[in-house]
Design a protein around this ligand. Structure first.
Ligand SMILES: *Cc1c(COP(=O)(O)O)cnc(C)c1O
Length: 370
């Protein structure tokens, strides 16, 4: 691997980190290495333990986050690896509106009696700290899903450390382009690579970033033992997506900011939840710890759940389905899932993509007015 100076701008790192050694005739991109067997020597032996495609992706993501990245087969496999490593009999304090899959998994483990979990509103620093005594792991997510709550990562990490807790931040909505939790004091960063990082809604993958090689090595061991490994082809696509992450985020965020403002003025919209609006309770903290508010916009449609669902049925350009972080704008009503009990019935979560703003607005505006 080439030297990856982390003092470069993230836009440059995304393009240049994790490229193969320059040698005459060598490929300029890391190709997907589709082999489960490797001749013995330094580096690789068997496909569950290592693959050059992982290394290229992990180098690039690690430099972007300011740590060491370890890739997994999904965001949930990444979560499972962290929880497996932390061991049973731990106490976890988790964001009450953390990603649905993680919340369900924590609840399942608690039911089985292997962990204790308390859910809190992590945008309320005081309430979070009041619940943090004796906690081994703080599971933060910021911005959170789907209310886009903002946790004060620096304050919570410092207070968590005073109490001897490990502090994890699920930074999927922010990506390393907008937020680097390790620099704010977090111990671990979690990503669903399926979303913005790969960016084209065509793969499922995850990653955990540790601050140092020791932490990464433990995660790699866990991955090797439990087998949550990404395929080389997926990893290749994830790296290809990561190369354009900064420009995709820039464009999507511009669209999101403008749509958030227009929605806020729309008579059929009750409320907009977007950390880039001054009306958002996390606005100040987001400005402090993020370089931008991102491209996820949630809003409450005036009326009930059916009124909101009707908007989803009426959009034609915007795609009505779950998931986020792709080039296409997607929308969905989170409360239609049984697990989303705390979510307002009329809340729509929109992942703003790269289409031309005016086309997005005419679709959304028509769907709201019809
Ligand atoms: C999708 C998602 C996950 C889970 O990741 P998968 O890749 O789907 O396993 C975790 N956290 C957040 C915030 C997500 O959006």
């Amino acid at each position: 691997m080439k030297e990856d100076p982390s003092d470069l701008h993230p836009d440059t790192i995304a393009v240049s980190a994790g490229r193969p050694e320059t040698a005459p005739g060598a490929p300029g991109n890391q190709p997907p290495v589709l082999s489960s067997i490797f001749h013995r020597g330094p580096g690789y032996e068997y496909g569950r333990a290592g693959n050059p495609t992982w290394d290229a992706f992990e180098t690039a993501l690690g430099v972007l986050e300011g740590g060491r990245a370890v890739a997994f087969s999904s965001g949930m496999a990444a979560s499972a690896a962290v929880l497996g490593l932390m061991g049973p009999n731990i106490r976890i304090l988790a964001a009450e509106d953390a990603y649905y899959g993680n919340r369900s998994y924590l609840k399942r483990l608690a039911e089985q009696g292997t962990i204790e979990v308390t859910f809190v509103d992590i945008s309320d620093t005081g309430a979070t700290l009041a619940a943090a005594d004796g906690v081994d792991l703080m599971w933060l997510e910021s911005p959170s899903n789907p209310s886009l709550r903002i946790a004060d990562i620096e304050a919570l990490a410092a207070a968590g450390h005073e109490r001897g807790a490990t502090v994890l931040v699920d930074s999927t909505f922010a990506t390393p382009v907008l937020q680097q939790p390790l620099s704010l004091g977090a111990d671990l960063v979690l990503h669903s690579v399926s979303k913005y990082i790969s960016g084209h809604s065509d793969i499922v993958m995850g990653a955990v970033i540790a601050p140092d090689e020791l932490g990464a090595e433990r995660l790699r061991e866990q991955r090797e033992m439990t087998g949550g490994i990404p395929g080389p082809m997926e990893t290749f696509l994830a790296l290809r997506g990561l190369r354009t992450l900064p420009v995709r985020i820039e464009r999507a965020q511009q669209n999101a900011m403008e749509l958030a403002h227009r929605l806020a003025d729309h008579p059929r919209v009750e409320k907009v939840l977007y950390p880039g609006l001054e009306s958002h309770p996390g606005y100040e903290v987001a400005r402090k710890q993020m370089t931008g508010p991102g491209a996820m916009v949630s809003f409450l449609v005036a009326g009930d759940g059916a009124a909101a669902e009707a908007v989803c049925d009426r959009v034609r350009l915007i795609v009505h389905l779950t998931s986020l972080g792709g080039v296409e704008t997607t929308i969905e009503r989170r409360a239609r899932y049984a697990g989303e009990k705390g979510t307002p019935e009329n809340l729509l979560r929109m992942s703003v993509g790269l289409e031309k703003l005016d086309d997005l607005w005419s679709d959304l505006n028509r769907a709201l007015n019809e």
